[in-house]
Every structure is written in structure tokens, then in C-alpha cells.
Design a protein around this ligand. Sequence first.
Ligand SMILES: [Zn+2]
Length: 140
Amino acid sequence: MSDTNAPSTDADDLADLTDEEWRERLSEEEYRVLRESGTEARFSGEYVDHLPEDGEYRCAACDEVLFDAGTKYESGCGWPAFYAAEEDSVTTTLDTSHGMRRTEVRCASCDSHLGHVFDDGPEPTGKRFCINSVAMEYEE
Ligand SMILES: [Zn+2]
């Protein structure tokens, strides 16, 4: 029998996780950022000054690849910044919380909060994906 239709992806299961289950899977800080749209303190994250030649950054909640290390750059904003996300890896929505109009970035696979995207990034995209370190895991 073919197993091409087998439900294999973690992401499908993740969509059904309860808050309680997320709390068990994630650290307190990860839960606060990823599931409660929190923001880590400026310049506090482990990947702020992390500029590897290659590798990739994966979602800390579901392990999907989000950003290629080649798109990471030094923005000086205090959080890891990328000028592009991997294709179809993230979704964006308007966020009007805290009296600001920002574009929120979420993981397309598990709908966890990652950070925000701004229009002041470098070429070739002009985008600055400002992402919490705690929302990602770097892999060489
Ligand atoms: Zn995810």
C-alpha cells in the first residue's frame, strides 16, 4: 500500500495542540513569545549578533525552516534581522496592538508568533524581518 496519503507532518498535529500542551513543549520564554506574541528584550537574544556564513533558522515551535542565514544582516535594531523569509514559510497580518500599525510575522506551519516585518530593509527586498531569537533554532 502506498503511504503517500499518510498524515506525517508534525505541523498538522501542532495545529491542534492546546495551550497546556504548548506550555509543556516550550520553555516559559518561548511560550511567552511564540504563543502570546511576546517580544524579547532588545539586544538580549542569542542570535542578535549571530552572522554565520550559512545554515538556516528553524521555528522553535515546529522545526520548519524559516530563514536562510544568507539573508540575515546587521540591522542594529536589537533583534535578529533578515531581508527575506523562505518561500511560504511565514504569514503576515496587520497588528494594531500597542498603538502601532505593524505587520506581524507568524510561522506558516504552526501559527506561532515570530516577530514583525518592516519596509526599511536592504536590497534586494527592502524588507526587514525583525524576529525574536527565542522563536528560532539555528542549524548549520
Ligand atoms: Zn512553526
